[in-house]
Design a protein around this ligand. Structure first.
Ligand SMILES: [Cu+2]
Length: 120
């Protein structure tokens, strides 16, 4: 009986864990996480599931914390898991921080940030 309770508990935990993983996690980005690129024209974030562009945000900041203006986020027409924001100007060389808040199609919220470097 004790074993049965224990396996029921671990099954419940496994189910909870798999539900937790069903949120929009960042799978890849362009510019890449930690990458070094020439001045990019947009930021593309690939998530593990579809996201709602109206409720999701991408922001970009310089090394000194200054905000860089971005266009309103959108998703790829044929792939709702790719969130895109256009960068309105060319970026000076330096380290930039992307901060994102995603609301997935199941309304769950995730967030994160990463750096990339713009090369001269
Ligand atoms: Cu979720």
């Amino acid at each position: 009986m004790r074993n049965l309770i224990r396996s029921a508990a671990s099954l419940a935990f496994a189910l909870t864990a798999s539900i937790a993983f069903a949120h929009a996690q960042l799978e890849s980005a362009t510019p890449a996480v930690g990458g070094a690129v020439a001045s990019p024209s947009e930021i593309r974030l690939k998530f593990s599931e579809g996201v709602e562009p109206r409720f999701s945000t991408i922001s970009l900041a310089t090394d000194s914390g200054g905000a860089v203006a971005l266009g309103a986020p959108s998703v790829e027409p044929d792939d709702q898991s790719v969130l895109i924001a256009k960068i309105g100007k060319s970026l000076a060389p330096g380290v930039y921080t992307v901060t994102w808040h995603a609301v997935s199609v199941d309304t769950h919220k995730t967030q994160g940030s990463f750096n990339f470097t713009v090369t001269p």
